[in-house]
Each structure stands twice: as C-alpha cells, then as structure tokens.
Design a protein around this ligand. Structure first.
Ligand SMILES: Cc1cc2nc3c(=O)[nH]c(=O)nc-3n(C[C@H](O)[C@H](O)[C@H](O)COP(=O)(O)OP(=O)(O)OC[C@H]3O[C@@H](n4cnc5c(N)ncnc54)[C@H](O)[C@@H]3O)c2cc1C
Length: 386
C-alpha cells in the first residue's frame, strides 16, 4: 500500500488550500474526497470574504486571508476573479437600521475602516439600490471571488506540484495506533500516513466521534441562484434583505439567502440538497433590494450544506492525541478564510505550530458544550433558522 506524508480528508477549498501549502512545503500529499473535487459547499458559495468584524477572535485570520487574496492569482497561477471593491450592509426598514447601528458599534471596535451611511450615500455607492434603503454600513475593504474557479485553482495548483486527488473515495474511519495517526480506512482498504488534515466540513463531527472527540458542528442547507449576465451594476459584496448579492465579472447576478434548514449527515454520503420555494422568496427579496433585477433572467439555482459551530466561528485545532491530526471547519464563511486557514492547517501538521493568528480558534473553547447542544438550540434536522 502506497504511503503518504499527509492525507487530507475533503477536497473542499479548506482541504485543497491545506493540500497545496503542504505539498509546496515538500510533503507528499493525498487528498481524498467522498465525491468530486469541490462539489460541496466550496463551489456553491457566493464567494465573499468576510473580515469578521462581528467576531474579533477570527478577524486577524480573515484579514490575513485578505492580504493573501490580493496575490492569489499569481500564487496559484490560475484566475480566481477576486474583486476587491468593498462590502456593504443595507437596511431596508427601521428594524434593520437599528440592527445595523448595533452591528456598527461592534465593527467600530476593530481596526477595519467601517462607515455608517444614510440611504442617499448608499445609493451613490450602488445606484441600483432601492429607494427603500434607509442606510447601512460600508467598508472599502474585503471583496468577492468566483468559488468554482478559486476551488479549481487550488486543486490545479496542488496537482501541478505533484499532489494527488482521489475522488469518490470516502474515508470511513480515521486509524490510530499508540496515540498517533496511522492512516484512513476507505472502501478500497487502508491507506497509511503520518499526518491527517480533517477538512470534511460538518462530516468532521462524524469522523471524530469514534475517536471519542466531540467537534460540535451543525449542518445546515441554504439556497442560491444566478441570473444571466446583466450590464455592470455594482462591484461591492452586497448584504441586505436577508441576502448576499454580487455581480460576477461576466455580469451574472449571484445571490444566496435564508432561511436555512438544519439537516443530518451520514459518513461518506452526499446529503440531499433540494431547492424549494425559498428560491422564489430569494428572488422577491432581491427585486425589493434592487428593483432593476425585475428584468433579470434567472439562469439556475442550487443549494449547499454548511457547517455551523455553536459560536459560529472558525475552528482550527491540532490534537496531541492522536498525534498527527489537525482539523478545520469555518462555520459558513470558509470560502473567504481558505487562503489563511490552509496555511494554518498545513503549518500545524508539518511544524506543530503556525504563524497564523488562530490562538482563540481551537476546539478547547467547546469543552463545556453539552452533547445535546443542537437540541437545546432547536438546531436539529427539519428546523429552520427563521
Ligand atoms: C449557498 C452558500 C453560500 C455561501 N457563501 C459564502 C460566502 O460568500 N463566503 C464564504 O466565506 N463562505 C460561504 N459559504 C460557505 C463556504 O462555502 C464554506 O464555508 C466552505 O466552502 C467550506 O469549505 P470546506 O472545504 O470546509 O467544506 P466543503 O466544501 O463542504 O468540503 C468538504 C469536503 O469533504 C468531503 N467529505 C465529507 N465527508 C467525507 C469523507 N467521509 N471522506 C472524504 N471526503 C469527505 C465532501 O465531499 C466535501 O467535498 C457559502 C456556502 C453556501 C452553501
């Protein structure tokens, strides 16, 4: 049986970013995925980088990601469509205006330049914004990219370096021996390695459970859609009316929105991801926010599953037992985080420490989280986060 220095479980953007960095550092890396490369959340995302002003513990890692995003096309050698034109939060009614004023107070405690604007100033930034917009928050920092192209860019950059991706090969079990990682069990047999990066999103919980490790993550389904190309309307990452909306480089309007449905998963199995009438609701809210979209032709829709931790923050954790295991999951904002999160995981795997600012993101913060935390929050399958 062929041996590897590192096995990465999960060919989403976190696993691919990790694999690229580890292979580049000289390790022999194998990526295993239960399905196709970046077929799950990573290619279904809207593509924003959030600077995490709302969670200061994550913000340094997000800002490090922003610095990396600026050079990512050159680094990987493939286009990501990174667009650094800022981010805007719009209030469509008085209640939302009050909520954004509260959020702005939190944002103002960070070093990121945020401004609170009235409706007219917002419409100067995005002229197609509805007259109903009462105001909101703006930063010229942050941006968005193409999720499919970026995930593919990481995958190609990794295989260009000699890395190997094996698709349709679910990991059924993480194998350990004497308190150390030994390898993985797949339907084709065991594959041995010294180190494992577990980057399987909400499936991390299921794969760690047999090792007696509790990684609290709740899987949740959310829906998205895209229009045919429209004339240039705006370049910022827009958030408003319960939606994220961006315009792609070729003009498509790409959006996602809630409410989100909590679901359950099974090891190695693809979760059902149906679209529902929520898509119509997303369209209605998009037209309310930007009336020009009434003339848009809607091209296709899809849904995806993200993984939410109890505090809705990123987790990156290196285990002492079993030695050689590192895990990561990003609570639904992993696309933007991927450039810095991948470095952190690769460095923890290969060097045992990282220069990335992740001190407050370990699993230790959940040591008092009860096993039934999902039930207590009503985050269990079939419930919506309305
Ligand atoms: C509609 C939508 C919009 C979003 N918008 C944004 C956004 O604007 N900005 C942002 O930052 N984030 C966004 N996200 C979240 C973002 O997509 C995720 O946080 C990110 O893609 C997580 O990457 P990942 O690699 O951890 O997970 P995934 O991309 O889900 O990859 C995990 C991989 O693990 C594999 N796997 C699972 N179990 C096993 C197993 N047993 N063996 C082998 N492989 C396994 C899966 O097949 C999958 O390919 C959005 C998500 C959705 C669905």
């Amino acid at each position: 049986m062929k041996n590897y220095d590192v096995i990465v479980i999960g060919a989403g953007i976190i696993g691919l970013s990790t694999a690229y960095r580890a292979q580049k550092a000289g390790a022999k890396v194998l990526v295993l995925d239960a399905g196709a490369t970046a077929y799950e959340a990573s290619s279904r995302a809207t593509g924003y980088l959030s600077l995490r002003g709302e969670t200061p513990a994550e913000s340094p890692l997000a800002q490090e990601a922003e610095r990396l995003w600026d050079g990512l096309d050159d680094e990987l050698g493939y286009p990501t469509e990174w667009t650094q034109k800022g981010r805007i939060w719009a209030a469509m009614n008085e209640r939302e205006l009050d909520e954004l004023k509260e959020l702005y107070k939190t944002f103002s405690k960070t070093s990121i330049p945020f401004e609170f604007l009235d409706g007219d100033s917002m419409r100067k930034l995005i002229p197609c914004l509805s007259p109903d917009c009462l105001g909101g928050i703006w930063t010229n920092r942050s941006g968005h990219a193409n999720p499919q192209r970026t995930s593919q860019a990481f995958a190609w950059a990794f295989t260009d370096l000699g890395g190997e991706i094996r698709e349709y090969t679910p990991v059924l079990e993480i194998l350990t021996e004497g308190g150390k990682v030994k390898g993985v069990r797949t339907p084709e047999g065991e594959i041995h390695c010294a180190r494992i990066a577990l980057c399987a999103a909400a499936h991390n919980t299921l794969l760690l459970k047999p090792l007696g490790i509790h990684f609290p993550l709740a899987p949740v389904r959310l829906e998205a859609l895209v229009t045919t190309p429209m004339p240039p309307l705006f370049e910022q990452a827009f958030i408003g009316n319960g939606l994220s909306i961006r315009q792609t480089k070729r003009g498509n309007i790409h959006m996602n929105g809630g409410p989100y449905e909590w679901v359950d998963l099974e090891i190695g199995k693809e979760a059902a991801k149906p679209n529902t009438p929520i898509v119509r609701n997303i369209l209605r809210r998009a037209i309310e926010a930007m009336p020009v979209l009434k003339g848009a032709q809607f091209l296709r829709s899809w849904a995806g599953i993200i993984d939410i931790a109890p505090d809705q923050m990123t987790t990156i954790h290196r285990f002492n037992n079993p030695e050689g295991l590192v895990t990561a999951a990003c609570s639904g904002h992993g696309f933007g985080m991927a450039p810095s999160a991948g470095i952190a995981v690769a460095e923890l795997l290969l060097e045992g420490k990282t220069r990335m600012p992740i001190d407050q993101l370990s699993l230790d913060r959940f040591k008092n989280t009860p096993p039934d935390w999902r039930e207590r929050r009503n985050w269990q399958a079939g419930q919506y986060n309305t």
